[in-house]
Design a binder for this molecule. Structure first.
Ligand SMILES: [Zn+2]
Length: 529
């Protein structure tokens, strides 16, 4: 190649990542040339430089490989500073050693680009950098690597891989790193989890490109699992003839919404020509619905086992029986606003919020509350005053993990403090709602904000300090009423009306407690003096 020819090519490569990758016969982490016959749907995405992008993807479709190449290309040809995040620090480090480094070493061109600075967490290419970081809240606080250099870096582009499985709060913090850039690129892509994540909200606001395919009779359509798979075959929704793998390859991206600034793509397994209708149908039959939605259809899953939807609460409204409003219990969540939930074993008959602890005390008096459980934090003073004024009636709750394997609640009669496991009490309350054990003797219109807050909740999995995965309920917004309901439920349990067998054990004495619980109680006692 003459220098003139080289310059001509360079000019073209500057504008097209896919041209650069194919002209240079770029190889993947497996040492194979990138494959674009079956992955034709990736071509447009290689060259999409829209600043804000959101992608709903299914599993194992070559997307991360594309993003690695695209980020290297961006850094070299656009001189961009890039932060590439994965859900955790460990995943970011594994990603670099299992994917990024093999791609660089299989391509001498890329090796020459990165020779100046090549470490696990940073690659330097020309004037650009790519920094690989984790996006998990515990690590951000705990690791200097994260808080010292991750969040503090400035960037032109954030590439957020598996963004639905990352801490949403940390992703938002990373967004603030774009303020100095004129490009301000944010590319979110993930196997979807729930509809409430940043990625899914951005996708909703995007142009929502669907991969349209044409049957041999000329009918254009995007593939839908329920409409287009019949008897283990892809068929045309309109004329019923089989849709071939070649039809699927020769699709094109069609925007659902014109004139939207955010670029969105949906990549289900249905558009992957190497995945058969039979494989998809079998996965549907054999795997959980959540798995099928997230990893095969590339859709967020909104089944009742992972979110609390409006209907779950509405169908528990029961105005048939009068509520005698006896043996009342109260749950209160703290904050600037105190959210409260009032009821008895028949059901919840009132809820509300107030800025004033006096209103809470008023509720205790007016409704002759038998047991009240308050959130113990953050305000320590006022709740303690009320607790001391109504001895034995008012209890302060601390959420603590893994109180005991078998049970998840401990009542400390000395200090009128209750320790409960956040995840387990949440699960208990949600099971009670699903099984219609918690009723509402309130009108639907009185429950608007209460329902809205429950809808911010979703179930996900998280690794604990021992690396063991467990389900946790998280919120994408305000969840004060949900906690107030947890405390209401604890109060109900205290009166003996809760009917959860595991909870009705004899009170533990201190010597039976694990050392960590003892320590916790001692620490709380110190506050008392
Ligand atoms: Zn047709």
């Amino acid at each position: 190649m003459t220098p003139e020819e080289k310059e001509l090519f360079e000019m073209q490569w500057r504008y097209s990542c896919i041209l650069w990758a194919t002209d240079n016969k770029i190889k993947t982490e497996k040492g194979q040339e990138i494959e674009l016959k079956n992955h034709r749907f990736l071509k447009d995405i290689y060259d999409d430089l829209t600043p804000i992008q959101s992608v709903r993807k299914s599993g194992q479709i070559g997307f991360s490989t594309m993003m690695i190449l695209k980020s290297l290309w961006m850094s070299r040809y656009q001189n961009f500073q890039i932060i590439y995040t994965l859900p955790t620090f460990k995943m970011a480090s594994d990603f670099v050693s299992a994917k990024v480094n093999p791609i660089i070493s299989h391509n001498p061109l890329l090796t020459s680009w990165t020779k100046d600075k090549d470490s696990v967490f940073q690659k330097r290419i020309g004037n650009g950098f790519i920094n690989y970081r984790g996006a998990s809240s515990t690590e951000i606080q705990g690791k200097e690597m994260e808080s010292g250099s991750g969040i503090m870096l400035s960037a032109d582009v954030l590439i957020m891989d598996e963004s639905d499985r990352s801490s949403q709060a940390i992703l938002e913090q990373y967004e603030s790193r774009l303020s100095a850039s004129s490009y301000k690129g944010k590319w979110y892509f993930s196997n979807p989890t729930t509809p409430h994540t940043l990625t899914q909200q951005l996708y909703e606001q995007s142009d929502q490109k669907h991969w349209f395919v044409k049957c041999d009779n000329g009918h254009w359509q995007y593939l839908d699992f329920w409409k287009n798979i019949k008897d283990y075959k892809f068929v045309c929704e309109k004329c019923g003839i089989e849709i071939t793998d070649e039809n699927r390859r020769q699709g094109q991206w069609i925007k659902k919404y014109q004139n939207r600034e955010i670029s969105g793509y949906w990549l289900p397994h249905l558009i992957c020509p190497w995945i058969t209708a039979k494989q998809i149908q079998e996965t549907y039959e054999n795997k959980s619905k959540q798995y099928f939605y997230n990893f095969v259809l590339g859709l967020p899953y909104i089944g009742s086992d992972v979110v609390v939807n409006k209907d779950i609460i509405l169908r528990n409204i029961d105005l048939s029986e009068p509520n005698f409003q006896q043996n009342n219990v109260l749950g209160v969540d703290q904050g600037f606003q105190k959210h409260w939930v009032l009821g008895n074993k028949q059901g919840i008959f009132a809820c509300g919020m107030t800025e004033d602890w006096q209103d809470i005390e008023e509720l205790i008096r007016v409704y002759d509350v038998e047991t009240a459980v308050f959130d113990a934090l953050p305000d320590l003073t006022e709740p303690r005053k009320i607790r001391d004024k109504y001895p034995g009636k008012v209890w302060l709750n601390y959420y603590k993990k893994d109180i005991r394997k078998a049970d998840f609640i401990f009542w400390d009669y000395k200090t009128h403090t209750v320790y409960s496991d956040r995840t387990k009490i949440f699960q208990q309350v949600i099971d009670d709602l699903v099984n219609r054990k918690i009723r509402f003797q309130m009108k639907a219109q009185e429950l608007g904000e209460y329902i809205r807050q429950w809808q911010t909740l979703f179930k996900t999995t998280e690794k604990d300090s021992l690396g063991i995965e467990r389900d946790v309920w998280k919120s994408q917004g305000d969840d004060h009423y949900c906690h107030a309901t947890n405390y209401f439920r604890l109060a109900l349990e205290k009166t003996g009306e809760g009917e959860i067998k595991e909870w009705q054990k004899e009170e533990k004495i201190y010597s039976e407690l694990t050392p960590s619980i003892e320590k916790m109680i001692r620490e709380n006692e110190q506050y008392e003096t």
